[in-house]
Each structure stands twice: as C-alpha cells, then as structure tokens.
Design a protein around this ligand. Structure first.
Ligand SMILES: *Cc1c(COP(=O)(O)O)cnc(C)c1O
Length: 746
C-alpha cells in the first residue's frame, strides 16, 4: 500500500499532510507513506511519520504536463494520492480528472463548492454571510462596508482573508491579495459574522459519506487557526445535510465545512475546503479516523479499529531533525515580501495560482461599467456646466441637485411629523458653510447647527434667527462672544458645560432646549458624556435635577454611521434612548427633545435612514412619551453629491501596471479621496463625448509630488484620455469643500 500525501507544512498555518499520514498509519501500520511538497521550508517534510519524501520543483518552474503524466503513471501503478493543497487539488481534478486512485473531488464539485459558497448556500437554503465580488465598482464596495459595519474580510478565491475596518484598509488588502493570487475579480468581500466557529471534517468516496467529525475550537492562533479543540460526532441534522451535499457533488476525498454560529443560533456556512483540515489527526485521536476510512474505501482493505484517546486535542511545538539531504536555505537571501509570502505559503500556492491563471504582470479585469451608479440627474447637471471656459480645478455647486435633495428630505419629514411630535432638520454649518448653500437651507425653512460662535455668526449673517440655531460640541463657546439668546437648542458635550447651562437657565432663558450629548457604551468616541461611568452618571442626575421646571431638556447623539456602520449606528441610537429613559426616571425631568446628529453617507440616508424613519419615530415616542421634537443634523447627506470638482488631464504615464492619468486637481482639492471613492465622469475634448468609467487598472493622480495624492483607482475609460480632457469628480461637496486647502500653488 503506497500513498502519496501532499501539503506538509506544519507551522502556525499548517497543511493537513502530516496529520493525514499519521491517521493512515494508525489504520494501516503497513502502509508506505510518501510525503510530497514543493519546498524544503515545508517543515512537515522532516516529520518521522513519513516513510519517504518527494520534494518536487517549485511551481513556477515545474513542467505541469510532465508532472501530470508522472502522477498519472503512479496512480496507474496502484499508488493513492491524497492532496492537502487546495490549488493542487484543483489542478489535479482539471488535468487528470477521474481516476480510482486519485482521491480528490471532481472538478464540477470544486466549482460548485468554491468560495463564497453561494451556490451550495442557495441550493440547500443555508445562511451564508453577505458578500460582494470585487468585480463591482468601488462605490458599491464602499457601500457594502458601511452597510456591514466596516467589519468585513477581503478573501482570496482559495486561500487567505484579510480584515477590513476602513477604506485604506480595503485598498491595502486588495493590493496584497491581488498581488499574491494574481487576480482581482476572483477576490470578494464578505461581512464578518459575530459568533463561534464550528467545523465538520469528512471523507467521501464517489459521493458516499464515509464519516464526519464535528470540531469546536478551544484555542486559536493570532490568525485564528485551530490550536486546541474539542471533537465529537456530528449532530444528526448536520450529518444528514453534509451527506446530502456530498452525494449531490459526487465528492471523493477529504473535506471540511466551516461554519459560524451566531448568538441567535443561526449557523452560517463560511466555506467548504476541498481537502482534510490540518487538525485531521485530532479527529483520529477522538476515534474518528477519516483518512483511514478513505483509504479503506479506495482499496477495499480493512482498517484497524480506531481507539478513542480523547475528545479534545492540543498542539505542541517540538524540534525534529532535518531529513538527510534536505537542508534548509538561509533566510537572509529573501526580501521581506518574499519572506512573508514564502513563510506563509511555503508550498508555493501563489506561484501555482499565477501559472494556472496564465497571467503576466498585468491582471485582467472585468470592465464593469459605472453607468448605473451615476444618477441621470447628476449626469445631466454636470453635462450642462460650461466647462470649456472653466479655469480648473474648479468646484461647481449643482444647485438643482441640492434643491432636489432638500425637497426629498422635507417630504420625508412631513410624512412622519404629527400633532404630538415634529421632526426637524438643522443643517450642519461646518460641513460646508458656503453662503449660497446656507441661504438655500434658510429659504427652505431648515435650522442651522453650529459648533462654534463663529458658526453662530455665520448662520445669523445667512438670515437665520437665534431661535433657528442649534449649538453643539466641545468648543461651542469659542471664541468669546455675546451669544444671542434664546437659541433653539444647546447640547453640551461635558458635565461642566451642562452645569453652567443649568445654572444660567435658572436666571434667564438661554435656549428653548438644553441637553447633553450622550456617549453610549461600547463605541470609541472622544465626545459626549460617558453615561456608563457611574460617578459621571450620578453627577449628571444631580445636575439635571436642578433644571428649572419650564426648561425643556433633551438628549443628543452624534456618531457618524458612515464610519461606524449603518447597523451599529441604529444599535447606538437604541442604547442612547434606553439611557435617556433611565435619566428621565431618576431625575423626574421629562425628555422633550431628541437630537440624532449627522454623519450619514448620502446613499445610506436616502436608502436606509429615511425609510426607517417612521419606525424610529415610533420607537422614540414609545420610550420617551414626552418628546415633542426630534431633530436631525445632516451635513454631507445633503451637500456631498451637490458639488462636483472639474479637473483637466495634464499628463499621462504609461507603465506595465496600467495607465496613470495626472490631473490638475489634487488631494488638497479633494481631501476626502482618501476616505471614500468618488464617482467620475470623463469628457473627451476631441469628441465632446461624456463617459462614465469602467473597472480597470488605471489610476487618476493629482498634480502634487506626494505619494498619497491618488484621487481614483481601479478604473479605466473606453477611450484613451488626451491632455486637456476633462475628468469630473462627483460627490465632492461637504468636507471636500470645507476641508480643502491651498497647496503647491506658490
Ligand atoms: C459635524 C456634525 C454634524 C454633521 O455631520 P455630517 O457628517 O456632515 O453629516 C452634525 N451634528 C454634529 C454635532 C456635528 O458635529
């Protein structure tokens, strides 16, 4: 009995070869095990459990056809092959196909079970985590991150996952994984599911399930790889599900289902690995010898009964002698990158990925068009700008778009306001204090929200009366000024501010409403009163109790959902409301005003927040029955899409990696380019034609000699740009205006 088992690495991110060999030895002590791998860095090559090793050439130089012939020959001679490497499995299924001694799944099964297990999830009605493919425009990917609370994984088609918590983290992960696996379009972004991981290892022969084992992690490495675990028989409902899927896929070989169970008990299918898991000997120790059963089914020889040593296993680190003739190369000959990927993937799977994809330096892209993400109203407004005569770079306010957004908002407010409670809006002055914008807000009857005395003055000079101004923030009294009174509302950020406000309002009316900004627990923020700190909460109660009876009191929350995520924001609002209920109860002071701050990305405001608003108003009035006004403070949700930045192409740089278009705008004109993708329109000077971009490998960079001056990436245009063509950056109102700066202009 001769058995080849590949994937021998045995580091902190191990392959299953060694565990497979040990399991087979338990079942068939006479078996002769040949370990196969592609670098002496695969530490398991030196394992005493192997009778022989075949160290093959590295994947970038190996003659794949000849290697396939060689393997076919040894299969014909009666040797078995159990692959422990996902991509080798794929390659074997493709180039050798069905052979009774090749113990890997058929190609069709590998395709159907491939990440993100969408097909299997759908067919078997299993929950799979939300995902988006990187074939989508960046605009959609950014939205996916916001809607999934900026807690996502960029995942490779076969291996590797990198956590993404912000936009630059996404770019970093995409760069890293696309360089490693030679693809962008086969990468995807998956929402993180909070819960505990469970795995099922199995073995199967021609669609028949030979056995399975259920594993729950007890200890993990930094990379979340199993270090200790409990193994038990698979619960009946799950083993039936696994049997059905395996039967359907006509599976042969080992495999593993990875799940996460969330706090509600829902089991989410994360992936199906086409090989035994690295912890497979842990299952053998628990009395479930899956590689043994696989060999038994393939050969017809009877295995020894497996003794159960323990239902739990741990890993330990031990030193073993290096096998004679397989000395290790020195470390210092590798660059840091090589070292990183060489140590992480010693079996050379990135090299095989590159071979199988047949790519050179350039990674091909699906040219997904961005037409559908540019609303026609914005496209029309941009096309009607007299751009020929513009001195670029030039920000242009699209008044019709702003008008449209304000009207939409007012309609939504009218739908939720009633006799008992009215929902109002205060425009955040700091977001963009442009005088035309301020006047439009005033003309539409909105309030103004200021964070300093200078902003109060700005609001007054734009026509707002004191009773139409809301004051907020840690520096709201700066600079010293005779603040007009009464303002509409003042929300204090600190207890000291609140104390002064309460004492002041016992003398005279400072504002229709006074109140506090709440910092709810479990969220990182510098702002608001940390009500979860008992001594602060206690002092808060004492101060609020001193409010004069005719003074309306309110609570305020401002956490940006664009940064925090849409679902977490909602959760924080609910937390804040419950703390407000407690405050009302303990002080006897009714809460009449709820101020929900701002921070919504425009699409989230339109597509989620405004749709949820009726139910949010219901919740607020149910929990806090004295509330008469709910105030919102959108800034960027209103103005971000209403300004565009017109720029001209001033230079072009071609390289192997793609085209670099250099424009006269820069990160100084579009400081938010670092934080979210801006939609684009392109106009060819020669044809006068307007185009939305497609996904591609070009970059648009600014005029500055600064590495960070990258304004757009991952795009191209159907026509090659010429110097003098226009590139218009949409979504460049809000902080792109108020935080822009003069730089590199002499
Ligand atoms: C900045 C700010 C806003 C507006 O934020 P946007 O991100 O522009 O929506 C609203 N309320 C307060 C208290 C703010 O500080």
């Amino acid at each position: 009995m001769l058995i080849c088992t590949s994937g021998l690495h045995s580091g902190i991110n191990p392959s299953p070869g060694v565990g497979t060999a040990r399991s087979i030895k338990d079942a068939f002590p006479q078996a002769h095990i040949i370990g196969v791998d592609y670098s002496t860095r695969c530490s398991g090559l030196h394992s005493p459990d192997l009778d022989e090793v075949w160290l093959q050439e590295a994947w970038q130089v190996i003659d794949l056809d000849q290697y396939a012939d060689q393997i076919r020959l040894l299969l014909d001679e009666g040797k078995l092959w159990i692959s422990g490497l996902d991509l080798e499995t794929y390659w074997l299924a493709e180039s050798i196909g069905s052979h009774p001694n090749l113990l890997v799944p058929p190609l069709e099964a590998l395709k159907r079970a491939s990440k993100p297990v969408y097909e299997i999830g759908h067919e078997y009605d299993l929950a799979i985590p939300p995902f988006i493919r990187l074939t989508e425009p960046e605009w959609e990917i950014h939205k996916f991150c916001r809607r999934n609370d900026w807690h996502c994984w960029v995942k490779g088609p076969n291996y590797e996952a990198q956590m993404v918590r912000d936009w630059s983290g996404f770019h970093k992960a995409r760069r890293k994984l696309s360089a490693t696996w030679s693809t962008v379009d086969d990468l995807f972004l998956q929402a993180h599911i909070l819960g505990l991981e469970e795995c099922i290892a199995f073995s199967a022969y021609h669609g028949e399930l030979l056995g399975s084992a259920h594993m729950i992690k007890r200890d993990v490495t930094k990379e979340n790889k199993t270090w200790a675990a409990k193994v038990s028989p698979v619960p009946e409902d799950l083993s039936e599900l696994v049997a059905n899927i395996i039967h359907d896929l006509k599976w042969t070989g080992g495999g593993e289902f990875e799940f996460v169970r969330d706090s509600q008990g829902t089991l989410w299918l994360l992936e199906i690995n086409p090989r035994f898991p690295a912890w497979i000997y842990g299952a053998t120790l628990a009395g479930i010898n899956l590689p043994g059963r696989l060999v038994q089914a393939a050969t017809g020889d009877e295995m020894l009964p497996q003794r159960r040593a323990s239902s739990e296993f741990v890993r330990i680190v031990i030193e073993v002698p290096v096998r004679d003739g397989y000395n290790l190369p020195p470390l210092q000959h590798m660059s840091i990158d090589e070292r990183d990927s060489g140590l992480k993937h010693p079996s050379g799977m990135p090299l095989l990925s590159k071979r199988l994809r047949g790519t050179t330096r350039k990674i091909p892209r699906v040219p997904t068009s961005h037409d559908s993400i540019v609303p026609s109203a914005i496209r029309n407004a941009v096309q009607s700008i007299k751009s020929e005569s513009l001195e670029t770079p030039a920000p242009v306010l699209l008044e019709s778009i702003l008008q449209e957004r304000i009207v939409l908002l007012k309609e939504a407010l009218a739908r939720v306001s009633n006799d008992r409670v009215k929902v109002t809006v205060a425009y955040s002055v700091k977001t963009d204090p442009d005088s035309k914008i301020m006047h439009m807000m005033k003309d539409h009857g909105l309030l103004a929200e200021a964070i300093s005395q200078l902003e109060v003055l700005r609001a007054l000079s734009s026509g707002f009366s004191p009773s139409e101004i809301v004051l907020n923030g840690p520096g709201m009294w700066w600079p010293e000024n005779e603040t007009p009174s009464p303002l509409h509302a003042i929300m204090s950020d600190t207890l000291n501010d609140l104390e002064q406000l309460v004492e002041g309002s016992r003398q005279r009316k400072i504002a229709d409403v006074i109140g506090i900004r709440i910092h709810p627990p479990d969220v990182e923020s510098r702002f608001g009163i940390p009500i979860y700190d008992y001594s602060q909460f206690d002092r808060l109660v004492q101060i609020v109790k001193r409010c004069p009876p005719d003074q309306a009191f309110g609570v305020h929350l401002h956490l940006a959902s664009s940064r925090l995520g849409v679902k977490r924001w909602k959760h924080m609002v609910e937390a804040m409301l419950h703390w407000a209920v407690a405050l009302e109860h303990l002080t006897g002071v009714p809460i009449k005003f709820v101020d929900l701050g701002g921070g919504w990305f425009p699409d989230d405001f339109d597509e989620v927040f405004l749709l949820d608003l009726p139910s949010l108003v219901d919740t607020i009035t149910r929990l806090l029955p004295h509330v008469t006004e709910i105030e919102l403070e959108p800034g960027k949700a209103l103005v971000q899409p209403a300004t565009c930045m017109v720029s001209r192409v001033i230079n072009l740089q071609e390289s192997e990696a793609g085209t670099n278009i250099i424009v006269d705008a820069s990160i100084a004109d579009l400081p938010q380019a670092l934080y979210f993708p801006h939609r684009l329109l392109f106009r060819s000077k020669a044809t006068g034609q307007w185009l939305a971009p497609r996904n591609g490998d070009w970059r648009v960079t600014g005029r500055l000699c600064m590495e960070t001056d990258v304004l757009a990436e991952d795009i191209d245009f159907a026509v090659h740009p010429q110097i003098g063509d226009l590139i218009v950056f949409l979504d460049s109102g809000a902080y792109d205006r108020s935080m822009s700066y003069d730089f590199g202009k002499g």
